[in-house]
Design a protein around this ligand. Structure first.
Ligand code: KG4
Ligand code: ZN
Length: 334
């Protein structure tokens, strides 16, 4: 079965075609993304109104590109999977309305997908994975630990109490005057910095070993920048010290959860999974503990529609679909 995936929950408009006959086993025929970083850069963050207006312009061409790259037409597709939440409601609505319009015109079945479910299952696009596995989802909007027990069965172990890790990267980059999006800039600068030079406290959430908190790290950087030492410090050392703190605050609860659940496989996914230090240190920590780390290629870590197609596929393969009355939900729970 060929499945068209559509994703527009935030600032990326994405479409993909996957081919699948069995849940969790899929060949990616195409995956296209229209990125809006150039539009939002001037504002230092995503402007929701601009994101949805641009999706209106780019989404149909992105879908056409995905079909073209897969060498197929809409008539060859067996079903449509579209993100219905969580995310920016205006952005979500553009993708959902587009998918509903296509379903109405063609009679194809449609399923609404939770964006987080897409991230959780994304590693299956490239790896064979046995469930249950532990997944650390780290992006600009989410930081959470889940156990993936089965298709459609996900247990949240913990989440961030304040900022998402990617949000902390972006906010600290803004404080340092580095530009947007800040994660990659901080990652690149850190290669030439000393992660022990600036003291950044590591936060823990009392009584909640699998929860995260990043607002304190952000404040520590702001206070350091306002101090005499901050004026003299190198950007590389500060970037590396901040990054090290975030990486360690992500790793400790993850390894603790893997031990408590005794799972063999830890999955790292979401935009911050692109961070070179996080990948390296989490792989080491997992390996030292006798577990393996699986992380998707960067293009499937960040927002993409192949993961949405995969997350919708097990329902479409069972012959299930959603009514055309489904709505977008900014806070859709998983
Ligand atoms: O998953 P994603 O593409 O979008 C959502 O937030 O859903 O993630 C984007 C986030 C941004 O906050 C960005 O700064 C961060 O991922 N990011 C990184 C790196 N590359 C992207 N953070 C740290 N290191 C990186 N190399
Ligand atoms: Zn995402």
């Amino acid at each position: 079965m060929l499945i068209l995936g559509i994703e527009s929950s935030c600032d990326d408009a994405a479409a993909a075609i996957i081919e699948t006959t069995r849940p969790g086993v899929a060949a990616i025929r195409s995956s296209t993304v229209a990125n809006q970083d150039d539009i939002h850069r001037a504002y230092g963050g995503i402007v929701p109104e601009l994101a949805s207006r641009n999706h209106v312009v780019t989404l149909l061409p992105v879908i056409e590109r995905a079909l073209g790259a897969a060498g197929c037409a809409l008539g060859d597709v067996g079903g449509i999977a579209v993100t219905r939440g969580p995310g920016l409601v205006g952005s979500l609505l553009v993708g959902l309305m587009c998918a509903k319009g296509l379903a109405q015109a063609t009679g194809l079945p449609i399923v609404g997908v939770n964006h987080l479910e897409g991230h959780l299952l994304a590693p299956m696009l490239e790896h064979e994975l046995a469930m249950p596995y532990l997944a650390l989802v780290v992006s600009g909007g989410h930081t959470a630990l889940f156990v993936v027990e089965d298709f459609g069965r996900y247990r949240r172990l913990g989440s961030t109490r304040d900022d998402a890790a990617g949000e902390a990267f972006d906010k600290v980059a803004k404080l340092m005057g580095l530009g947007y999006p800040g994660g990659k800039i901080i990652d690149d600068l850190s290669h030439n910095g000393n992660p022990r030079r600036v003291k950044i406290p590591r936060a823990r959430v009392k009584g909640a070993p699998f929860d995260f908190s990043f607002s304190g790290v952000k404040t520590a950087v702001a206070m350091f920048l306002a101090s005499e030492a901050g004026v003299a410090a190198s950007r590389e050392d500060l970037a590396a010290s901040f990054q090290e703190a975030v990486v360690e605050m992500l790793i400790r609860p993850t390894i603790a959860a893997a031990r408590e659940l005794n799972v063999d496989t830890i999955v790292l996914t979401g935009g911050v999974a692109a961070n070179s230090r996080l990948r390296a240190r989490l792989a080491d920590a997992a390996g030292a503990d006798g577990r393996r780390l699986v992380a998707p290629s960067l293009k499937y870590c960040t927002d993409n529609a192949a993961m949405i197609a995969l997350a919708g596929s097990y329902r479409l393969l069972r012959g299930e679909s959603d009514p055309l009355t489904i709505d977008a939900s900014a806070n859709l729970p998983l």
